[in-house]
Design a protein around this ligand. Structure first.
Ligand SMILES: [Ca+2]
Ligand SMILES: [Ca+2]
Ligand SMILES: [Ca+2]
Length: 440
């Protein structure tokens, strides 16, 4: 990953250098910056995991077959895991499991709260056909390996907070830091640095869904998201929108920035049982349309839990991606602006988008007690999550078109208020409705 990003950076710098003449030496420096940005917000890519599928059963199938999930939620994570393990072992047993015609040992994980279903590995085409025809099965969908983002370069993570707290521009733009103490945000991401001095993490409720039994952040992305929502108002580092709110790590992305929609379904199933109305969930993740992800998210939203979702970084219609495309009064799909309220060149758009929020050069907390600057709709969504956590959001202004083009050979444009070049193309909110900027 890191090597690949360095190579592409070098290639771009080389190309920029070749296209620059001496009158435009100023562009060379900007070219470096553009290449950095391109690598840090590289478009989400996804590829099918052969044989791995998310199978959703019709509501009530578990109960009708003696597989009802114990509903006790005492102890939060412990009771969830206990109940889940009982369901998994029953589903995998030939005697107690559903008679689906497949080898029940192929069932690798189960969910039974928001939705009923399971994830299966190593399914053959014949298995898939069998499940499609089964009247107990509502849907069967391919699972994906999604590469969400490049890992922040280690050297860009400042290891310690400088003395004196800074208020990042995005926090100011959405109305400044409010008091989030006592409120809870659930972060479905790469984990959260559990002992970061600028975050209040509930480690009891935090849980990994990627098999490492460790909700700590090996990447940096989830900690960055958590800090924008809720970094503590103290005398170090940064401050979040809902300063001091409790954050819960729900880890679905590994240290390489990879994850799968199947684990998002499991994390949402966990939220459905353990979160309370008024809590907020942040999902800065995205994949091709997936009805299991969408259906689970809707169940959570209908329970009164609010969810902020990133629109995506591919300058594409967000209606083609899950969970960005899901609409509900409690679901906020968020596009990204730069300073000056300009549309970021990478932000996806679409009728599912509810608000825009700051998502360019955002400073926040990072792994290992550090801090780093990052860009993406991943950074915009947690600004909205913080606003929503504090109460009913309002809007202040709307996004402006950004003049910007990057074609790997030449670039020109007026990005934001500070950099002026000759104009060629421009990027803007192209879905027909200009996004309002969320504000508390
Ligand atoms: Ca702080
Ligand atoms: Ca929407
Ligand atoms: Ca729009």
């Amino acid at each position: 990953m890191k090597n690949k990003s360095k190579i592409s950076l070098l290639m771009m710098v080389a190309l920029f250098t070749a296209s620059c003449n001496t009158d435009r030496m100023g562009d060379l420096k900007e070219g470096n910056e553009v290449a950095d940005l391109k690598s840090s917000v590289s478009s989400d890519s996804s590829k099918p995991i052969p044989g791995q599928y998310i199978v959703v059963l019709n509501d009530g199938v578990l109960n009708a077959n003696g597989l009802e999930v114990a509903k006790s939620t005492d102890g939060g994570k412990e009771s969830y895991e206990r109940n889940n393990n009982v369901l998994l072992s029953k589903m995998r047993s030939n005697e107690e499991g559903l008679k689906l015609g497949i080898d029940n040992q192929k069932i690798s994980s189960v969910f039974g709260n928001a939705l009923e279903g399971f994830v299966a590995k190593n399914l053959t085409d014949a298995d898939v056909e069998l499940l499609k025809k089964d009247s107990k099965v509502q849907s069967i969908e391919q699972d994906y390996l999604v590469t969400l983002l490049e890992k922040p370069a280690e050297e860009t993570i400042a290891s310690k907070a400088v003395t004196g707290q800074e208020t990042p521009w995005g926090i100011t733009r959405v109305g400044g830091a409010g008091n989030g103490v006592g409120k809870t945000a659930w972060v479905i991401d790469s984990g959260i640095d559990l002992d970061h001095p600028d975050l209040n993490v509930n480690t009891q409720k935090s849980k990994s869904f990627i098999g490492d039994n460790n909700p700590d952040d090996g990447h940096g992305h989830g900690t960055h998201v958590a800090g924008t929502i809720a970094a503590i108002n103290n005398d170090i580092g940064v401050v979040g929108v809902a300063a001091g709110a409790t954050v819960v790590s729900l880890k679905v992305v590994n240290s390489l920035g990879q994850g799968s929609p199947s684990t998002w379904v499991s994390a949402l199933d966990y939220v459905y049982v353990n979160a309370s109305a008024g809590d907020v969930v942040n999902m800065s993740v995205g994949a091709p349309k997936n009805t299991a992800v969408d259906a689970t998210l809707l169940k959570v939203a209908k329970k009164g839990i609010k969810i902020a979702v990133a629109a995506g970084n591919s300058y594409d219609n967000a209606n083609n991606y899950s969970p960005a495309r899901v609409n509900h009064a409690n679901i906020y799909t968020i596009s990204a602006i730069a300073q000056g309220d300009f549309w970021t060149y990478f932000s996806s758009y679409g009728t599912c988008v509810d608000y825009a929020a700051p998502g360019y050069k955002v400073k926040s907390t990072s792994k290992n007690g550090g801090y780093h600057v990052d860009s993406g709709t991943s950074m915009a969504s947690p600004h909205a999550a913080g606003v929503v956590l504090l109460g009913s959001p309002t809007a202040d202004g709307s996004v402006k078109a950004a003049y910007w083009e990057h074609d790997n050979v030449n670039y020109s444009g007026n990005y934001g208020a500070t950099n002026t070049y000759s104009l060629s193309h421009y990027r803007y909110d192209k879905d027909g409705t200009i996004d309002k900027i969320i504000h508390r």
